[in-house]
Design a protein around this ligand. Structure first.
Ligand SMILES: [Zn+2]
Length: 266
């Protein structure tokens, strides 16, 4: 990346700063604070280039240091989404208040060299425990993730969210924004109380009805089928696909497997 272009990729930050930045963006979105990232990691070369502006190079001074936390991958800058002014103070102040609550350092709080678009964390930063995160973890656990319900938006929760987003064709950013939460709530709605078939016990029973030579393979396949989740986060084999396990014949079980293979081969 050349010294004249800014890197806006959150993934370029230190893992702790990635987590802080995503949580910050998520809380801003929830609060209707419309901002976007303008820069994350900055190389020393780019820092030197920016420092030269207004000093040895024409232009307005844009930085006060040669030793920024952007270089340490622990800082990010934001701007306000148009049509508002890019550096609209009211919006930046609201973002600053959100950051403060999350234990993120805001440049607007600095006594000298106030820098409202700037946010940073130390590598020892930890997300504050939060009931919304606990609820998110409970919902994810409902569809098979195994998270500690501790209210901390740590790497395990971030990865579970990313995985869920991937399966559901959502933007994979690890941040539980409104689209992700809507999909998650839809996926975790209780299904109608019909025959429950998605347990290993029923898989076993189904496999018992199959020819001896195929039992082991079929059982593995069935288990895989029951553990595979569709775009809605539910098992591909729901009760709708296998309504009558106890009366299922060998032929029906085979048909079920054939339809499974056809569905997953797409
Ligand atoms: Zn900055």
């Amino acid at each position: 990346m050349s010294v004249t272009t800014s890197n806006r990729d959150i993934n370029a930050l230190h893992p702790v700063a990635q987590q802080a930045c995503r949580l910050f963006l998520q809380e801003c979105e929830k609060a209707g604070v419309k901002i976007f990232i303008t820069e994350t990691y900055r190389s020393q070369e780019r820092q030197n280039y920016l420092y030269a502006q207004g000093r040895t190079r024409p232009g307005k001074i844009v930085t006060w240091t040669l030793n920024s936390n952007h270089k340490s991958k622990l800082a990010w800058d934001i701007a306000v989404i148009p049509p508002a002014n890019l550096y609209d103070v009211v919006t930046l102040n609201r973002a600053g208040a959100i950051a403060r609550k999350l234990g993120i350092t805001w440049g607007g709080d600095w006594k000298y060299n106030i820098d409202r678009p700037h946010f940073e964390v130390k590598s020892s930063w930890r997300a504050p425990a939060n009931d919304t995160v606990k609820e998110l973890q409970r919902l994810l656990n409902k569809i098979g993730y195994k998270l500690d319900v501790d209210g901390l938006y740590g790497p395990a929760t971030t990865n579970a969210v990313k995985d869920f987003q991937k399966v559901n064709d959502l933007t994979v950013d690890g941040s539980a924004g409104s689209a992700t939460m809507a999909a998650l709530e839809k996926a975790t709605k209780p299904s109608p109380p019909t025959v429950a078939v998605d347990t290993p016990k029923e898989v076993d029973e189904m496999a018992q009805q199959l020819p001896d030579t195929q039992k082991k393979d079929m059982k593995n396949l069935l288990e895989h089928a029951y553990n595979t989740r569709g775009k809605d986060g539910k098992p591909i084999f729901s009760v709708n696909h296998a309504p009558k396990v106890d009366t299922m014949t060998r032929g029906q079980a085979t048909d079920l497997l054939i339809s499974y293979v056809a569905r997953t081969a797409k």
